[in-house]
Design a protein around this ligand. Structure first.
Ligand SMILES: *[C@@H]1O[C@H](CO)[C@@H](O)[C@H](O)[C@H]1NC(C)=O
Ligand SMILES: *[C@@H]1O[C@H](CO)[C@@H](O)[C@H](O)[C@H]1NC(C)=O
Ligand SMILES: *[C@@H]1O[C@H](CO)[C@@H](O)[C@H](O)[C@H]1NC(C)=O
Ligand SMILES: *[C@@H]1O[C@H](CO)[C@@H](O)[C@H](O)[C@H]1NC(C)=O
Length: 493
């Protein structure tokens, strides 16, 4: 056998054997508490000539990875990092604090294999060595327009899954072992575009990794409806005045303002006037993504250990910019000086924000893919108002029956939100007291809702009888007092 043949043989066996997860295995992250489950992170090359590399972070389920689903998380923006903004800030196994990592008791990997992907290239640790890849990116990257780019991403998604899952179920396991893992795509905000588009593409390619469902949080689905919802939300929550609300309805609507700003970076005279008044009233110290939340900075000593670390973005930026952290994650900084939670280099085609993804959701539902559209009910950026009406409208278009009428769902004894289910396949749910990134303020409620979703169940209903004993007594007491009042009113002096 010639040297060339040996080389080819070696090459083929290297390519066909899942070597990647071994080199991508994360031994331990700086300041990480000890854990039993495996972590992997690194790059998948999606375009060789451009050196376009996507960065992923994969954490196996804490118990029984083979029988738990694989959940791919795509972050929104467009252009924000799934690894930084979701994994280390919201629902990954560790949360960043100013003092390092803490174990996240509400991590979604307790019952799922979580795969966080920084996409497209130019976001988080993902990069391309050809900067032209960053210019005027659009949804077509996740749709049929530029099939080549997309095919790259998709082919390599499949490859990634193949490798990771093979590793997960043990080397030499039959291919069919992981084909049976349920696969979900989830994300928030602009993932209202990315998640259905990717799910649709996967369906079109008829691969093994058919998504069982998609979950989208405070999703951008339909520009005008979603941003009109913002106006109503701000007004109803007392953030803006009657006069501003009137101006938004009569002089320049919020969707119009958004369109002008994104198209030209400028506003017409009348829109500029409304915008100024609106921004002054909202105030820069309001967190638009959760109007109930405090904003960073807060005194550092109160950060660690508080339920909601409102400075988690700053903390994660500091953590992911550490050299030792990058090394442990097998991550590189290419073409940028520092890691950013949202990309400073990506130029996204904002026209694409106006493309509705509602009909795509309909196509998914018709193909049997379960859809959960959920809303942190304190988000003013993409509030529940638009999502609720869009999902209801979609259900009507699809002639889906209401299989669970709008009602409260519960975490423990507390109302965790409200939900309505259509045709046992399309679900709308709110998360009470949560913002745009629901686990930030409501980690328990969010994880309960997601775990139910990938088990094929709607969020849990009340598990205690109503009215309870105490409530019954209260009702009785109330009636008694009223009776006394009525009697005294009727028969008193
Ligand atoms: C997908 O990734 C693999 C491994 O990183 C790479 O060898 C291959 O060329 C990529 N496929 C495409 C179509 O770019
Ligand atoms: C890499 O990307 C460029 C630009 O998107 C494309 O023209 C080229 O065909 C891609 N290369 C491969 C191997 O797919
Ligand atoms: C980057 O990609 C474009 C389009 O494929 C190509 O024309 C250009 O030569 C590339 N630049 C470099 C430096 O490789
Ligand atoms: C988005 O909408 C524009 C028109 O505004 C259209 O040209 C483009 O093809 C659409 N893109 C997708 C991915 O549907």
């Amino acid at each position: 056998m010639s040297a060339m043949n040996i080389f080819i043989l070696l090459f083929v066996s290297l390519v066909s054997y899942p070597a990647l997860p071994v080199t991508d295995k994360v031994t331990s992250l700086p300041e990480q508490p000890p854990v039993q489950f495996k972590q992997h992170s690194g790059y998948i090359t999606v375009n060789v000539s451009h050196h376009r590399n996507l960065f992923y972070y994969f954490v196996e389920a804490e118990v029984d990875p083979p029988s738990n689903p694989v959940v791919l998380w795509l972050h929104g923006g467009p252009g924000c990092s799934a690894v930084g903004e979701a994994a280390f800030s919201q629902h990954g196994p560790f949360l960043v604090t100013s003092k390092g990592l803490i174990k996240n008791p509400n991590s979604w990997n307790t019952e799922a294999n979580m795969l966080y992907l920084d996409s497209p290239a130019g976001v988080g640790f993902s990069y391309s060595e050809n900067m032209s890849d960053y210019l005027f990116l659009n949804d077509a990257f996740a749709d049929s327009k530029t099939k080549i780019c997309l095919k790259d991403v998709y082919t390599n998604f499949s490859l990634l899954f193949l490798l990771l899952l093979l590793e997960m179920v043990g080397k030499g396991s039959p291919y069919s072992d992981f084909r049976t893992n349920d696969f979900f795509i989830a994300g928030e905000g602009y993932a209202g575009h990315f998640a259905p588009q990717l799910a649709h593409l996967i369906l079109q390619t008829k691969s093994e990794f058919n998504p069982k469902g998609i979950a989208i949080g405070n999703p951008l689905l339909e520009f005008d409806t979603d941003f009109k919802g913002s106006t109503d939300f701000l007004w109803q929550n007392g953030v803006i005045s009657e006069s501003t609300y009137e101006m938004l309805n009569n002089e320049c609507s919020y969707p119009t303002m958004q369109k002008q700003m994104r198209a030209t970076g400028d506003l017409s005279t009348s829109c500029a006037k409304v915008n100024l008044q609106m921004e002054t009233e909202i105030d820069g110290d309001t967190d638009a993504f959760n109007i109930l939340a405090d904003v960073c900075p807060v005194p550092p000593e109160t950060r660690a250990g508080v339920k909601t670390n409102v400075c988690i973005r700053d903390d994660s930026i500091a953590y992911l910019n550490r050299k030792d952290v990058r090394k442990a994650l097998h991550a590189k900084l290419i073409g940028v000086k520092a890691w950013s939670s949202c990309s400073p280099v990506l130029v996204y085609d904002f026209q694409n924000l106006e493309n509705s993804t509602i009909s795509l959701l309909g196509t998914l539902v018709k193909s049997g893919v379960r859809v959960l559209a959920y809303s942190g009910d304190q988000d003013s950026v993409i509030p529940f108002i638009g999502t609720r009406s869009l999902i209801n409208g979609l259900a009507k278009d699809l002639v889906l029956k209401v299989t669970r009428h709008h009602q409260a769902w519960f975490h423990g004894t507390q109302v965790a939100g409200w939900t309505q289910v259509y045709g046992d396949i399309l679900t709308f749910a709110t998360v009470r007291g949560a913002g745009h990134s629901t686990p930030l303020a409501q980690p328990e409620r969010s994880s309960e809702m997601m775990k139910a979703f990938w088990k094929g169940k709607p969020p849990s209903l009340k598990d205690h009888p109503f009215p309870s004993k105490i409530e019954k007594n209260n009702v009785f007491f109330y009636l008694l007092v009223n009776l006394c009042l009525i009697l005294s009113g009727l028969y008193g002096p």
